[in-house]
Write a protein that binds this ligand. Structure first.
Ligand SMILES: *[C@@H]1O[C@H](CO)[C@@H](O)[C@H](O)[C@H]1NC(C)=O
Ligand SMILES: *[C@@H]1O[C@H](CO)[C@@H](O)[C@H](O)[C@H]1NC(C)=O
Ligand SMILES: *[C@@H]1O[C@H](CO)[C@@H](O)[C@H](O)[C@H]1NC(C)=O
Ligand SMILES: *[C@@H]1O[C@H](CO)[C@@H](O)[C@H](O)[C@H]1NC(C)=O
Ligand SMILES: *[C@@H]1O[C@H](CO)[C@@H](O)[C@H](O)[C@H]1NC(C)=O
Ligand SMILES: *[C@@H]1O[C@H](CO)[C@@H](O)[C@H](O)[C@H]1NC(C)=O
Ligand SMILES: CC(=O)N[C@H]1CO[C@H](CO)[C@@H](O)[C@@H]1O
Length: 464
């Protein structure tokens, strides 16, 4: 994610006017929404096919002159990697492979010169979390036996290992007793922030690599990341807070809670539970994480997923709109490695999927989804990749019991790994790995200005 100091709090209203202004508003409509029978695979496939189609109308990376693996403004680079993750799930759950070539093309185009998702074009917006979202998608491809890239290209498992290796090198014990910083490079705002999502993504990748490869080193890292996140106070009572600053030795924890932080740790914990043969230590953590996610569901109507920090106030930004997609994705995936969670998870998924489908009635097509699923058939008037992705993931998760468990190296895996993949040796965070093109600098400058202006706006709102 870009360098936006995460100073938000749920009581701040409308601090992101520039982002909000970029959202296409249309007159809210009342109509039936998408037809969705929760127990009928054909119905689920038809509905998700429409949602995926509407999501992909935003993607222009396959058009002449455009860059594969990029979404147009205002979407940041990471969200395209995350979107490919939802398309991988889409193929895995529904068998509809119409986007597969485009996914492979985009995911391979963005690997960067060292095949580790550090791409020079994105230096200005590369946080550990951003890089990690691409790695999690590559890992899903390996777990789901998604068709392998051509032999002369980097392979899914090796890409995830490469990202793991670059991030393990960045583990920083100088401040806050450990942890990954948010931003990778010193010159980006947010380099002085250690955030939960960056560490959670690293944890998630480590736990899944342990499960996939059986290599204990990854499990040791997963343990270490969990322990640090807990000790530093980002996890308190199984609530996952946003992060804190290195300059204050991480004693200024920002307590805003996002769905995806709980979700990213949930799937990591589920994989550790499985890797440890069903240990009490990890089942207890898993149960507690899941229980505390109850804060992300409305009471009335019951069990409808809600991004409680911004959705009720209409203040979600472009990034925030997509977070529910990941909680849904990771909850569903958790039931494959911790099957005992199935009933509890599906109660939430079913209610949320039904509610999401009901309000997908926006735009000229009458099929676009908003983010607010708890208002019955009322479409909230917002539109975007994040809204489509969230509806897609929650709806396609209904098919989770109909697909196989993720494979591992010993149980049918076909992706070739490389434990030493990625940029070798030490890493200098003050230097981008390559020169940034002038054009991209200018683009990033405009973005930074926008973000600064919006930051000032937010301060003004707080004072006013
Ligand atoms: C790009 O992908 C979209 C979505 O799948 C598709 O509709 C479109 O035809 C593709 N365009 C090209 C030039 O391949
Ligand atoms: C980087 O930017 C250049 C110039 O716009 C483009 O040709 C290239 O495809 C981009 N590469 C990546 C990985 O985005
Ligand atoms: C946080 O750390 C800073 C710098 O170490 C220190 O000045 C400040 O008093 C600390 N605040 C709290 C609440 O502990
Ligand atoms: C989670 O919630 C359920 C239902 O409220 C409760 O029975 C269970 O003990 C809780 N688990 C933990 C670990 O707190
Ligand atoms: C671990 O995951 C496999 C599927 O990959 C599942 O069959 C097995 O039951 C899980 N183990 C435990 C302890 O739940
Ligand atoms: C296990 O993973 C570590 C960390 O990447 C690596 O150094 C080691 O070579 C791996 N071991 C095997 C047997 O692959
Ligand atoms: C991670 C992230 O991008 N969170 C953003 C969600 O929206 C708030 C504003 O409501 C921003 O401050 C956060 O940075």
């Amino acid at each position: 994610m870009p360098a936006v100091p995460s100073s938000s709090h749920q009581s701040v209203r409308l601090p992101w006017l520039p982002f909000v202004a970029l959202t296409v508003f249309s007159i809210s409509q009342l109509s039936a929404g998408l037809q969705l029978d929760l127990d009928d695979a054909a119905s689920i496939k038809a509905a998700t096919s429409q949602v995926a189609y509407d999501m992909m109308k935003y993607y222009d990376g396959n058009l002449t002159g455009r860059i594969p693996g990029n979404l147009p403004d205002p979407y940041y680079w990471w969200q395209c990697g995350a979107m490919f993750g939802s398309l991988l799930d889409y193929y895995f759950y529904t068998g509809d492979g119409q986007y597969n070539d485009l996914v492979t093309q985009g995911m391979l185009h963005q690997v960067g010169p060292n095949n580790d998702y550090m791409t020079p074009n994105q230096t200005k917006t590369t946080g550990n979390d951003d890089q990690g979202f691409w790695a999690m998608s590559a890992l899903s491809a390996a777990e789901q036996r998604f068709p392998n890239p051509p032999e002369d290209k980097p392979q899914w498992l090796a890409l995830a290992q490469a990202v793991f290796n670059t991030q393990a090198l960045r583990w920083d014990t100088q401040f806050c007793g450990g942890g990954l910083r948010w931003q990778v490079f010193t010159f980006n705002t947010g380099y002085d922030y250690k955030n939960t999502i960056s560490n959670g993504v690293f944890f998630n990748i480590a736990a899944r690599l342990a499960k996939y490869t059986g290599n204990q080193t990854y499990a040791d890292w997963a343990d270490k990341v969990w322990d640090w996140t807990n000790d530093v106070g980002f996890i308190q009572g199984y609530h996952f807070f946003d992060g804190a600053h290195t300059t204050l030795n991480c004693n200024d924890t920002n307590r805003v809670q996002w769905t995806y932080n709980a979700g990213v740790y949930m799937l990591g914990a589920a994989n550790m539970y499985n890797f440890t043969g069903g240990s009490a230590k990890w089942s207890e953590r898993l149960d507690n994480i899941f229980n505390q996610t109850s804060m992300f569901y409305t009471a009335n109507p019951p069990n409808v997923m809600q991004e409680q920090a911004c959705e009720p106030y209409g203040t979600c930004n472009t990034d925030n709109f997509s977070f529910k997609a990941y909680l849904a994705r990771w909850m569903a995936a958790s039931t494959k490695v911790a099957p005992y969670m199935y009933d509890g998870v599906m109660e939430k998924i079913r209610a949320s999927a039904a509610a999401a489908a009901l309000q997908c009635s926006g735009g000229a097509s009458g099929t676009l989804c908003g983010i607010k699923w708890s208002d019955g058939a009322k479409y909230d008037g917002t539109t975007g990749v994040g809204q489509q992705m969230s509806a897609l993931e929650v709806m396609q998760s209904l098919l989770i019991s109909r697909v196989a468990a993720p494979v591992t190296q010993d149980t049918g895996g076909i992706s070739k790994g490389d434990p030493s993949a990625g940029s070798a040796g030490t890493f200098d965070p003050s230097l981008p790995q390559d020169t940034i093109e002038r054009k991209d600098r200018v683009g990033a400058g405009i973005l930074t200005t926008l973000v600064l202006v919006s930051g000032i706006g937010s301060t003004w709102w707080m004072i006013a």
